[in-house]
Design a protein around this ligand. Structure first.
Ligand SMILES: NC(=O)c1ccc[n+]([C@@H]2O[C@H](COP(=O)([O-])OP(=O)(O)OC[C@H]3O[C@@H](n4cnc5c(N)ncnc54)[C@H](OP(=O)(O)O)[C@@H]3O)[C@@H](O)[C@H]2O)c1
Length: 291
């Protein structure tokens, strides 16, 4: 099996630089199959969340894979509804139970709204208790990060990662500088632009792909990897899982990197700063609906 490169986080943990995302894969057996296939082709990092409703299948696939626990990095995320301190503690326990794990490698506050200080306290305590190895945030824009940092949220424990939307059309230049200044690693969600066909048709990406005899997906992911992003493309197709992982046998030149940097449009599909996002998300995902 080829080795996957790792990045070191600010708490010393080493995270596989590429993983497998399971957003929107149903919990009808499809997530189980996808994760088992992903582990079989060589992924050792799975990115799930309470709000994906598929933690149980992720955990079952990990168990049935027979791969030692300490060889797989597992990320999950607390949903907005659970940010009260007591709820947050319970949410962490529920994730551990659903995943069937004794510890979670990385747990994130999925959305940057509401009682973040209470939820962060529960996360810090779970980390100290060894239930979570690394803790982080997600969807924090420069504006949101700065607001919470000024309020002292991260005075005791700094997030290890900020997981945000990122692809060649949305390269998060301001946020990347801010996170670098704070020694926080960025993770890219939607690294393939969530399958955006316009992105896959970009002439520049197609010509680079032709030069290296690779597909466009590999060129996008290779670019992001060389930019230092942690990436976890999602696919339910085994041949794409394999292809997306197999990006370590070629290297883009600095001119090619600059060319792809030029595709940046400075905005993505989701704007966490927009008014009403918290309410929209709470309506869209009710993680307690079946209780
Ligand atoms: N923190 C957050 O708020 C947040 C938000 C969104 C996502 N995420 C995380 O980020 C992960 C990745 O993002 P994502 O799933 O939204 O989108 P993505 O990985 O950018 O794109 C997935 C889409 O691209 C297609 N695809 C995969 N490989 C391809 C290839 N080589 N060529 C062409 N198309 C390809 C997939 O289709 P097939 O499945 O049919 O192959 C799927 O439609 C998620 O699974 C989740 O873990 C986090």
């Amino acid at each position: 099996m080829k080795s996957i490169s790792v990045f070191q986080l600010n708490d010393g943990s080493k995270i596989p630089a590429i993983g497998f995302g399971v957003f929107q894969i149903p919990n009808d057996g499809a997530t189980y199959d996808a994760v088992l296939n992903a582990l079989e082709v060589g992924y050792r990092h799975i990115d799930t969340a309470v709000a994906y409703f598929n933690e149980e299948e992720v955990g079952k696939a990990i168990k049935d894979s027979g791969i030692p626990r300490n060889e797989i990095w597992v990320t999950s995320k607390m949903w907005l509804q659970d940010y009260d301190y007591v709820d947050a503690k319970q949410a962490i326990e529920r994730s551990l139970t659903k995943l069937g794990l004794e510890y979670i490698d990385l747990y994130l506050l999925h959305q940057p709204y509401g009682k973040l200080a209470e939820a962060w306290k529960a996360m810090v305590e779970a980390k100290a208790a060894g239930k979570i190895r690394s803790i982080g945030v997600s969807n924090m824009t420069p504006k949101i990060w700065t607001k919470w940092q000024q309020q002292g949220l991260f005075d005791d424990v700094l997030p290890s990662v900020n997981q945000v939307e990122y692809n060649p059309y949305f390269q998060q230049k301001e946020l990347r500088q801010l996170m670098a200044d704070n020694q926080v690693t960025l993770e890219a969600w939607g690294p393939l632009g969530q399958g955006n066909s316009e992105l896959f048709s970009e002439p520049l990406l197609q010509s680079i792909a032709a030069k290296y005899d690779k597909n466009v997906g590999k060129v996008i992911l290779r670019f992001e990897h060389q930019e230092g992003m942690i990436i976890f493309p999602k696919s339910v197709r085994k041949e794409r899982m394999q292809s997306n992982l197999d990006i370590f046998d070629f290297q883009l030149t600095s001119d090619e990197m600059d060319g792809i940097r030029g595709l940046d449009r400075g905005q993505g599909r989701h704007n966490p700063d927009a008014p009403g996002v918290q309410e929209m998300l709470l309506q869209a995902f009710d993680v307690h609906k079946n209780e």
